[in-house]
Design a protein around this ligand. Structure first.
Ligand SMILES: [Zn+2]
Length: 424
């Protein structure tokens, strides 16, 4: 059993939900009155044992001893580990490539994204023929994170049941619609759904509602995207069980004041009571204009989920790269189809998206961090174990400096990545 005591300042907005009466205790924290509000309390030390965050007050009074190990990460901010629910690959790996050894590619990406603060993710497959799903999906099981890499929460299957008109980069030849036995058709296309966590589909397709109901009944999150749905069709899909919007603004009808389309879900008053609609945003400074980011965030801040939507060129560095059938040219944080100025996909890692989102929206630091941690966890129904520093949660967290650069990443309380500077 491993215990870790991390002497860093917990960011107030992400502190445990219960105020801690810190007038005395196992740490060197100076006396001060109890925090007036849970979100304003702060903790100097985070106590971890058996991979979970412990209630330090309970630990002190029941065990009367301190944890046996102390690690100084030199960081200032402690936040839950980031969760990326839409990532197509990276570091030259394309999850949608049906090779014999998909697992090693997923493992490589899982390991490399630790340096960007990502502790769990949903590998994402773009529209593919059935034989590719049948080969790839069984090779990417749900897997816990650790020193080997970020945890796999389940696949995100984006397509092939999407709009021809808004297919974006998805290959037209493999798009599908729902036929008479819609859900059986989906099963025939994807194969078994055990490894699947999110399905993106276009709700305007006939019989989509029975599919949405079947998927949500199996605990699979349905996301609306690559779609020409009007607001009414989007609202109906939410009533059937959809809870997510795939990369808001991208690959959907543009906002129109008389029919705002899927975008209108952010402020709709025709949704089931208490239902929070989540929406993915690619905050890489290229795919979404900062003004559009601000509009979405100000309209519905608690639903915003940062996603990278990263392609295999993520992490490859400047220059020309061959990826599958495509040649891409990477220039900083932008990837172009080689020889053109056509964007070829997103290559900004999650921590860059967090920093850009913070800067573009002027939101609080805790809002920016929650958009990459708490909100995706809530979307997946994992908020008791992920995306939070609450007692009892998995001890997946990141240590950041004041400018939100990742200093260290922990999974289940174990240090799995550390910046060079933080090691000295
Ligand atoms: Zn997409």
């Amino acid at each position: 059993m491993r215990s870790v005591l991390v002497p860093i300042v917990c960011f107030p907005g992400l502190a445990p939900a219960r105020p801690v009466p810190w007038t005395s205790g196992p740490t060197h924290r100076p006396s001060r009155p109890p925090a007036p509000h849970p979100l304003e309390c702060s903790v100097e030390d985070l106590w971890v044992r058996g991979g979970r965050i412990l209630d330090p007050e309970k630990l002190f009074f029941e065990e009367r001893r301190v944890a046996d190990e102390r690690q100084d990460c030199g960081g200032r901010i402690l936040a839950p580990g980031f969760i990326d629910v839409q990532i197509n690959g990276g570091f030259g790996v394309d999850f949608s490539q049906a090779t014999e050894d998909v697992g090693s590619g997923v493992a490589l990406v899982a390991r490399r994204i630790l340096s960007h603060g990502v502790t769990s993710f949903c590998p994402t497959l773009v529209t593919s023929p059935p034989e590719v799903y049948h080969k790839v999906v069984p090779q990417i099981p749900v897997k816990s994170g650790g020193p080997h890499g970020a945890g796999v929460l389940g696949l995100h299957l984006e397509g092939p049941f999407i709009s021809r008109e808004k297919r974006g980069a998805h290959p037209e030849a493999h798009l599908r619609s729902f036929e008479a036995n819609a859900f059986q058709d989906l099963l025939a296309t994807y194969g078994p759904l055990d490894n699947v966590r999110i399905v993106t589909l276009a709700p305007e397709l006939g019989r989509s509602h029975e599919v949405i109901r079947e998927l949500t009944a199996r605990g699979i999150c349905v996301s609306l995207g690559h779609s020409v749905a009007d607001l009414r069709a989007a609202e109906d899909a939410v009533w059937s069980g959809a809870t997510f919007i795939t990369h808001l603004f991208n690959a959907m009808l543009p906002f129109h004041h008389r029919d705002p389309g899927i975008v209108g879900l952010l402020t709709s008053d025709r949704l089931p009571a208490g239902r929070c609609i989540f929406y993915g945003m690619i905050a890489d400074g290229t795919h979404t204009n900062p003004a559009a980011l601000r509009i979405a965030h100000r309209a519905h801040p608690q639903g915003l989920v940062l996603v990278t939507d990263a392609i295999p060129a993520l992490g490859l560095g400047n220059g020309r790269h061959t990826l599958g059938q495509q040649e891409v040219e990477v220039d900083g944080l932008t990837a172009y189809v080689a020889g053109t100025k056509t964007l070829s996909g997103s290559i900004a890692p999650m921590d860059v998206c967090v920093r850009h989102f913070l800067q573009a929206t002027g939101c609080s630091v805790e809002s920016a961090l929650e958009a990459a941690s708490l909100h995706p966890a809530q979307l997946l129904g994992l908020e008791k174990s992920k995306g939070t520093l609450d007692f009892g949660a998995d001890a997946d967290f990141v240590v950041l400096d004041d400018s939100l650069h990742v200093q260290a990443t922990y999974i289940s309380g174990e240090l799995v990545w550390q910046a060079e500077a933080a090691r000295q």
